[in-house]
Design a binder for this molecule. Structure first.
Ligand code: GLV
Ligand code: MN
Ligand code: MN
Length: 412
C-alpha cells in the first residue's frame, strides 16, 4: 500500500478522546483539567503509558513538557513535530488541546501498526499549561522552550492560592531533567478545533490558518477605601469596583471604535467581596488580540490613558502591568499549502483563514516552519462544557495531519 492511502483509525481516535474526556469530567459534559492539577497528572500518566505501548522514547523536560519520539532512518536530521496540550480551562471542553495530542498519537499508532518507516524522527508533545488560566500566561512552556520566556520566571508564576508553577510541577512529579530548550525542527503541525464559527458558517471541513493573531495580556490593580455601605454617603467614596466597571466599558468601547480587533475583560477579583462593604481592592485582566501588533498596542495606549483618568476621578490608585505579549504568528506558506493540498487529496473541503485563539504553534513558529489544521467547532463554541466537534471531523483532521507529517518526515 502506498503511504498516500494510509488512513488513521477514527474509532480508536474517538476512544482515546473519550478516555481523556473522563479525566476531570464535569457534570455539564465538559472537562476541568487545570494545568498541574491532579487531573492534569492523570491525563499525562495515561498519555505516557500510550506512548510507551508504541515504543516511543519518552522525555520530560524542566517545564514538564512531555515528548514522545519515534525514530526515523536518519536520526541526525531535524525532526517533524506535532502536539498541543492536555490541560483545560475551568469548566472547559473535551476537544480543546487534547485533539492536538490524541491526533498525532493516532498518527503514530497508525505508522506503528503498518510498520511505516520515515526518514526523519517524529516527535509528539504535550505542552505544559497552554491555557494560562490557573497560572498566567498561556503557552508558557512552549514560550520557555523556544527561549522567549525565562524558566525561573515561569516557575515563579503563582495561582490564586499562592502555589507556584515550579512547586506544582514537582508535586505532580513532572519536573523533568531534560533542558526546556528547542531542538532542530524541520516542520511543526498542530491539529486543533477551530474554537470559532467560520468553518461551520462556510460549510467547510478543514481550516488552514495563515497565522495566529497577536495576544496581549494586562493586569490591572485598583485600591479604594473600604467602609460600611449604610452610613457612608455616596459623595466622596473611593469605590474601586465602580471604577473597574467604567474601565470594563472602556475596553469594549475602544475595541469597537478601533475595529479589526477583539478586547475582553474575562477575570475579575473584588475585595473583600462583601455586599455591605465598599470594595477597596479590585484586580482584573485585559486581553487584546489583532492581526496587527501595532493596532493592538494603539488600543492599549488609549485604554491606559482612560483608565488613569477614571482612577483619578474615583480616587482609586491604579497599577497597570503588562503581563505578556506574543506577536502575531504568520505561518510557513509551504506548510500551510501542505495542509490545503492534503485536504484536497483526501477529498475534504478547506478554508484559508486566521486563528483568533492562541496556540503553542505561535511560539514554535518563531523558531521553525509551522502550520495548523483546524476542524469545525459546533456552534462556534469553545472554552465551555458544550464544546463539541464531530468524530468524523476529528478523524478527517487526523488524516490531514497524517499526510502532512508523512510528507515532511520523508523530506531529506
Ligand atoms: C488560549 O486558549 C487562548 O486563545 O487564550
Ligand atoms: Mn487549545
Ligand atoms: Mn484553550
Amino acid at each position: 500500500m502506498s503511504i498516500k492511502d494510509l488512513r488513521v483509525n477514527g474509532k480508536r481516535l474517538q476512544e482515546s478522546l473519550e478516555a481523556m474526556g473522563k479525566i476531570g469530567a464535569t457534570p455539564g459534559g465538559g472537562v476541568q483539567r487545570l494545568a498541574l492539577s491532579d487531573e492534569d497528572k492523570e491525563a499525562r500518566d495515561l498519555f505516557c503509558s500510550w506512548l510507551k505501548e508504541i515504543d516511543c522514547e519518552v522525555t520530560i523536560d524542566e517545564m514538564g513538557n512531555i515528548f514522545g519520539r519515534r525514530p526515523g532512518k536518519n536520526r541526525d536530521l531535524p525532526v517533524v513535530m506535532s502536539g498541543s496540550h492536555v490541560d483545560s480551562q475551568p469548566k472547559g471542553g473535551r476537544f480543546d488541546g487534547i485533539l492536538g495530542v490524541m491526533g498525532p498519537l493516532e498518527v503514530l499508532r497508525t505508522l506503528h501498526e503498518n510498520n511505516v518507516e520515515t526518514e526523519r524522527d517524529i516527535v509528539i508533545v504535550d505542552w505544559t499549561n497552554e491555557e494560562g488560566s490557573r497560572f498566567a500566561p498561556a503557552m508558557v512552556s512552549s514560550g520557555v522552550w523556544v527561549g522567549k520566556l525565562e524558566l525561573d520566571w515561569a516557575y515563579n508564576r503563582t495561582d490564586i492560592n499562592g502555589k507556584t508553577q515550579g512547586e506544582e510541577l514537582e508535586r505532580i512529579g513532572y519536573k523533568g531533567d531534560a533542558p526546556a530548550k528547542a531542538f532542530p525542527i524541520h516542520a511543526n503541525y498542530e491539529l486543533h478545533i477551530e474554537q470559532g464559527p467560520m468553518l461551520e458558517a462556510e460549510g467547510k471541513t478543514i481550516g488552514a490558518p495563515k497565522g495566529v493573531l497577536c495576544l496581549h495580556w494586562y493586569d490591572i490593580y485598583l485600591t479604594g477605601t473600604a467602609n460600611q455601605v449604610g452610613p457612608t454617603p455616596m459623595a466622596g467614596r473611593n469605590d474601586c469596583l465602580l471604577a473597574a466597571a467604567e474601565m470594563i466599558q472602556t475596553v469594549n468601547k475602544v475595541a469597537h471604535i478601533k475595529g479589526d480587533m477583539v478586547a475582553t475583560v474575562g477575570e475579575l477579583h473584588n475585595y473583600p467581596n462583601s455586599r455591605n462593604i465598599i470594595p477597596d481592592g479590585v484586580h482584573f485582566t485585559v486581553d487584546i488580540r489583532s492581526w496587527e501588533d501595532e493596532h493592538a498596542l494603539g488600543a492599549w495606549d488609549l485604554m491606559e490613558t482612560e483608565f488613569q483618568t477614571i482612577a483619578d476621578r474615583h480616587g482609586t490608585p491604579i497599577k497597570m502591568e503588562t503581563t505578556w505579549r506574543v506577536e502575531r504568528a504568520p505561518f510557513n506558506d509551504a506548510l500551510v499549502n501542505n495542509v490545503l493540498d492534503a485536504s484536497e487529496e483526501l477529498g475534504y473541503s478547506s478554508l484559508y483563514m486566521v486563528s483568533g485563539a492562541g496556540h503553542d504553534c505561535s511560539y514554535i513558529n518563531q523558531i521553525a516552519p509551522a502550520a495548523m489544521i483546524f476542524v469545525p467547532s459546533k456552534g462556534g463554541r469553545s472554552h465551555v462544557e458544550v464544546e463539541e466537534s464531530s468524530w468524523d471531523d476529528c478523524e478527517k483532521g487526523a488524516n490531514v495531519l497524517l499526510q502532512c507529517m508523512l510528507k515532511s518526515a520523508n523530506e531529506v
